[in-house]
Write a protein that binds this ligand. Sequence first.
Ligand code: CO
Length: 134
Amino acid sequence: VLSTIDHVGIAVYDIDESLALYRDALGMPLVHRETVAEQGVDAALLDVGDGHVELLQPLGPETAVGKFLERRGPGLHHVAYRVADADAALEELRAAGLRLIDEAPRTGIRGSRVAFLHPSSTGGVLTEIVEPAE
Ligand code: CO
């Protein structure tokens, strides 16, 4: 059901400052920036091969990423796997006994459809599935 790693999500204090590392030093092209209000973040996507790095800067301290930064500091936030059909994938994962954060897919970056699985059922790793927009 999962086809490939679509991106890793990284929590940062400041996207513009983080571009010095990911774009300038590591050489990943910046391909997209967007405020994803539904997830409480400003986000940036950088290309690396067929996948992406997703930088996440919280819109405020009460957002999920804001609380993560407060608790853990900047760093790896989630791993996202690409799927062809987010609804079907979510059904399969639910049937496999995994604990869902999102009972149905919601809108993610670049018009994608995404859903998160709870880290308590995925070995401590916040896990996202993403159905890219065409
Ligand atoms: Co993500």
